[in-house]
Write a protein that binds this ligand. Structure first.
Ligand SMILES: NC(=O)c1ccc[n+]([C@@H]2O[C@H](COP(=O)([O-])OP(=O)(O)OC[C@H]3O[C@@H](n4cnc5c(N)ncnc54)[C@H](O)[C@@H]3O)[C@@H](O)[C@H]2O)c1
Length: 277
């Protein structure tokens, strides 16, 4: 696909929060390649308690910066911004920057999220709170801040990230399930509040995408003596289609939701059949 001034999102401004890597990065690139002016927000400043991914550092903003540089060099319109979605002031600054910069907003994608593995019995209250707040607070803060800008442009779209874990329970991620079920409830309620204003609010529910987040989960779910590849194969067997979803699969759905004029209040799964209605 080529960049161009005649893409289907030309003239549109899209904000992707949590777009430094993983699924969010694919979403940002997808919109940029279709002509949108994209702001990719992410953070390097998550408190260490948020860094459950066993990496040496959380480098979301550094990766957002790198992505913006790579896509800008191709002639696309992408800028990086530092913002922790759970920080009210940071979200306020982020949206003020969009109002003062591009001056309009058409689509917001809340693609950030954190996870952690523990049984309920062994879970600390701080761990429960950090996963619930890391997945939900930002959805509230970002959606609230987006509304005046979307309204000023005559409407727009918010796409929140839930999960297959927002559709059914999984052992050892009760806090993550609680948060992702919560994202769906929040999405449905907000959609009704703003439906008459041409602002649409939907959620996507990925199943299993081989991102940084899943590599952490794999390290927790691997059985003693099991190699990473063997563990991946055991996970694949949980998917009826026997294929992991790709970041591009999810980006395709986000793009659809950003432009489907009559779709609002929905939570749509891309999970290879892991859940059915
Ligand atoms: N990977 C999967 O299989 C899967 C499945 C279901 C749902 N999801 C959801 O999809 C979304 C993206 O997941 P991913 O797999 O790409 O994860 P990832 O860990 O690879 O990427 C998440 C990005 O979000 C950023 N981020 C996290 N908290 C943030 C915050 N408070 N403020 C700003 N940025 C923040 C991180 O720095 C990172 O760049 C998440 O909401 C996740 O829960 C993922």
């Amino acid at each position: 696909m080529t960049a161009g001034a005649d893409g289907e999102f030309t003239g549109k401004v899209v904000l992707v929060i949590g777009g430094g890597r993983g699924i969010g990065a694919a979403v940002a690139e997808d919109f940029a390649r279709r002509g949108a002016e994209v702001v990719v927000a992410d953070t390097d400043r998550l408190p260490s308690a948020y860094n459950h991914y066993r990496s040496t550092a959380v480098t979301g903003y550094a990766e957002a910066h790198e992505l913006a540089g790579k896509l800008t060099a191709e002639g696309l319109s992408v800028t990086a911004a530092e913002a922790d979605a759970t920080d009210e002031d940071a979200i306020r600054r982020l949206y003020r920057g969009i109002a003062d910069g591009p001056g309009r907003l058409d689509t917001v994608v809340n693609a950030f999220g954190v996870t952690h593995v523990s049984t309920v019995e062994q879970m600390e209250l701080a761990e429960f709170r950090h996963v619930v707040s890391g997945n939900l607070d930002g959805v509230f803060l970002s959606s609230r801040a987006a509304l005046p800008l979307l309204r000023a442009g005559g409407g727009g779209s918010i796409v929140n990230f839930s999960s297959v874990s927002g559709r059914t329970g999984f052992a050892k991620v009760s806090h993550y399930c609680a948060a992702k079920f919560g994202v769906i409830g929040f999405t449905a309620a907000l959609a009704l509040e703003v439906a008459k204003e041409n602002i649409r609010v939907n959620a996507v529910c990925p199943g299993m995408v081989r991102s940084h987040m899943w590599r952490y989960l794999l390290s927790e779910f691997a059985r003693p003596g099991e190699t990473e590849d063997e563990c991946w194969e055991r996970m694949r067997a949980m998917i009826p289609q026997r294929e992991f979803q790709t970041p591009e699969d999810i980006a395709g759905l986000v793009r659809y939701l950003a432009s489907a004029p009559r779709v609002t209040g929905q939570a749509v799964s891309v999970n290879g059949g892991m859940t059915t209605p």
